[in-house]
Design a binder for this molecule. Sequence first.
Ligand code: ZN
Length: 356
Amino acid sequence: MLTINHRFVLEFYKEDGTALGQVPAEDVDWEPARECALFDSARQAPGDVAAEDTTTTIEPVPHPSAGAPYIGGFRVAITADGSPLAACEFPSDYFKSCAQRAAAGLVEQGVFQAGEKFRYLVSAYPQMREKAKQEATAIVMKESIVAVPMKVSRLEDYTRASMTIGDGDGADMPVFVPQAVLDEVSELTRAAEAVETGGVLLGHVHRSDATAFLAVTAQVPAKHTHADLNKVVFTADTWTAARSAIALRHQQELLVGWWHSHPGKFFCNAECPPEKRKACALQKNFFSGDDVAFHRTVFPKAFHVALVATNADSGIQFALFGWNRAILEQRKFNVLHCTKPAAVVERSVHETTCKS
Ligand SMILES: [Zn+2]
């Protein structure tokens, strides 16, 4: 059950502080925050988190300087049969995507111009108990939590055998991807040429003291995708192939994410001059709106990741996206077993060289 006894409102301002108006934050997706709180608890607890009947409560945290009704963030508390199971605080940045949608509405209404910079504050107001109760029951009835199976390992053993690449902070959880998986993804991306291709990532979640990390072990190409230049769609056969691979490999792997390619250099117009192609946004790493929607629906767990291979003029570039404190963003990752002497991890942004 999800209990929210507050109504959240976004207040928009111009850069110079002029008020632009208020919009209720009605379409907040609380699930990533709930997942993050559960994962946080699972990696710290000696036993695995699993419960039948849970209640999730969202409580505002007052803004440190502006005070109530403004909030600095919110707290997610999860209880199972009345006992505390997990609790976690999140900053008001969590409302960013909601604010962007609301701002687009204000642009349509002509309140401000598209591209004009804005600021926003989030405020919270108590709701009538009865109404809150009704809404709470209308959202989710009963939720059970299935524990994430975690292997007990030593993080140092992995960091010693790897090197960090990529943008973003990745503070939430270290992620390790074997060089062999990147090599396979490169090959499939090149072979697919102008068409997007993809696959599923297998791996394990590990616990090392109070921290958790993810280690990808293999990729299963999605042979049965409906692919075209702009989109890769996984079919039921993709999932069957991934499950068969897990069964055949006998390593009790989990589906830890997915990968797909962006045929960047084919997105670009061939007649485009080289300098322009070099600066082209389509040849850079990005996660599209479709990618975000797919990840949120199919890979909502806090440990789920998405690897993007961009086939650019300069070679294949890798970027990893994942949940960082419940916000989906680009993150750092570690290439495992870069054993080839000075093998180049193909990535042109910082010309990263992978040295053994
Ligand atoms: Zn994409």
